[in-house]
Ligand binder design. Structure first.
Ligand code: GAP
Length: 444
């Protein structure tokens, strides 16, 4: 983890928030490379769960919601941790963190445990009083539940169907740490999948498999993932069943995503609290009912961390250690780097033209500083799948060299084929050098 935190800081993936003021505990800023990685993770999720599916739709709801939402959802009452407070230094501690029953910081005596709500409270409008209290949402899910009828009425979708949302969530977590694993401001990628009561078990199993494969298809090693079923005593107040997809983070197995069977708890609660109908009319059976909900809920930041941890590799190359992020091309912040071998004018011109052509389609970086070896290393370290070198021969034969990050193999490719080669390669088709060395085999 230390190596990753240091790489992230040094190369502009992730910075502590408000760093010039000493940082703000458990809040993080994504730098120029981090923001690309994070956007790619969200894009890959959206593609898999919305774009490629006829039964899924997207939504983007507000962070501030009517305070009654949180009363109905159970968060005002149940979303809390039991804490004790030190009578001396007033620090608060989770009961399960205590050793000898005294304050772990100053050794002072502690109060009896009391419930501490994890929602951030603020007020809306010019007057700060009880009537103006609103909360920063602790999950994006509620925005989907309260829009259930809007979605049914505007899309006319038949069950089963799902709604997906990506957005910020806030929790005043007591125990934070492990870099971006647990923070107080984070992003979620949540699906609420609405099904007929009775079909919930089958869809719960379906989504477990589907979500597990998503991580594997994006390059996470299978042996670093596991499914863990929650025991009855561990279930959240709304859940009939829940399983986590855990990842083997550097601090040990920890939750990456939770998949819950929420039954009809949320819709029934909102129906009761708002006096609005939350039923669905099944035209075939001619009956009204409240659907059950299967919820695969993933963390964007935790996924970013898992992809980084899994991709990080060090290997001996000649006499030096090569640090390489073996990120899946779909996730890599920069898809290709253009590296002219000299700063002489005709090469620079050619390289810059390549940059402007390719950057219409992908995030491309351009670098004409330092030795070519060091430039390769810099790109390996941030996971760039391809380096494209332009040399003096390129001016004559209109070919460039592509070097692949993982194998470090190099092939020569005509410039007019470059975009097609990159399309194929970024889609994971084989990249092969033929025995004559100067050619390549691709299906186009
Ligand atoms: N709507 C259900 C829900 O919010 P959760 O298990 O509390 O369930 C879902 O959260 C996911 O959100 C977690 O699996 C994790 O990836 C992410 N998450 C939750 N709290 C987080 C935090 N404090 N920091 C970063 N990610 C968090």
């Amino acid at each position: 983890m230390e190596k990753l935190v240091s790489l992230s800081r040094r190369r502009g993936f992730i910075f502590p928030s408000s760093e010039i003021y000493g940082g703000l505990s458990s809040c993080w800023d994504y730098g120029p490379l981090g923001v690309e990685l994070k956007r790619n993770v969200k894009q890959a999720w959206w593609q898999a769960v919305v774009q490629k599916r006829d039964d899924m739709m997207g939504l983007d709801t507000s962070i501030l919601m009517h305070p009654q939402v949180w009363a109905a959802s159970g968060h005002l009452e149940g979303f809390s941790d039991p804490l004790v407070e030190c009578k001396g230094c007033h620090l608060r501690w989770r009961v399960d963190e205590l050793g000898d029953g005294n304050c772990p910081s100053c050794g002072g005596a502690l109060t009896e445990p009391r419930q501490f709500n994890l929602m951030f409270k603020t007020s809306m409008g010019p007057v700060e009083d009880e009537a103006s209290v609103v909360y920063l949402r602790p999950e994006t899910a509620q925005g989907i539940f309260v829009n259930f009828q809007n979605i049914v009425n505007t899309t006319r979708k038949k069950l089963p169907f799902g709604v997906a949302q990506i957005g910020k969530a806030f929790r005043n977590e007591i125990t934070t740490g492990n870099f971006i694993f647990r923070s107080r401001e984070f992003e979620q990628m949540e699906i609420e999948y609405f099904v007929k009561p009775g079909a919930d078990k089958e869809w719960f199993d379906y989504w477990l498999k589907e979500r597990f494969s998503w991580y594997v298809n994006l390059g996470i090693k299978k042996e670093n993932l596991r499914l863990r079923e929650h025991g009855k005593e561990e279930l959240a107040h709304y859940a009939r069943a829940c399983s986590d997809i855990d990842y083997l983070f550097p601090m040990g197995w920890s939750e990456l995503e939770g998949i819950a069977n929420r039954g009809n708890f949320d819709l029934a609660q909102h129906a009761k609290s708002s006096n609005e109908s939350m039923t669905y009319f099944d035209e075939e059976e001619k009956e009204h009912f409240i659907p059950y909900i299967i919820e695969p809920s993933a963390g964007v930041d935790r996924s970013v961390l898992a992809f980084l941890v899994d991709a990080y590799d060090e290997e001996l190359d000649k006499d030096a250690i090569r640090v390489v992020l073996r990120l899946h091309p779909a996730l890599a912040p920069i898809k290709a780097a253009i590296l002219p071998l000299s700063k002489r004018e005709p090469l620079i011109k050619m390289a810059k033209e390549l940059y402007s052509d390719l950057s219409q389609y992908w995030m491309i970086s351009y670098d004409d500083t330092q030795s070519i070896g060091r430039r390769y290393r810099r790109q390996d370290e941030v996971g760039t799948p391809f380096c494209i070198t332009v040399d003096f021969e390129s001016l004559e034969d209109k070919q460039i060299t592509i070097r692949e990050r993982n194998s470090m193999k190099q092939i020569r490719v005509p410039i007019d084929k470059l975009s097609s080669v990159l399309v194929a390669k970024l889609n994971g088709e084989p990249f092969e050098v033929l025995p004559n060395g100067g050619s390549y085999r691709l299906g186009f």
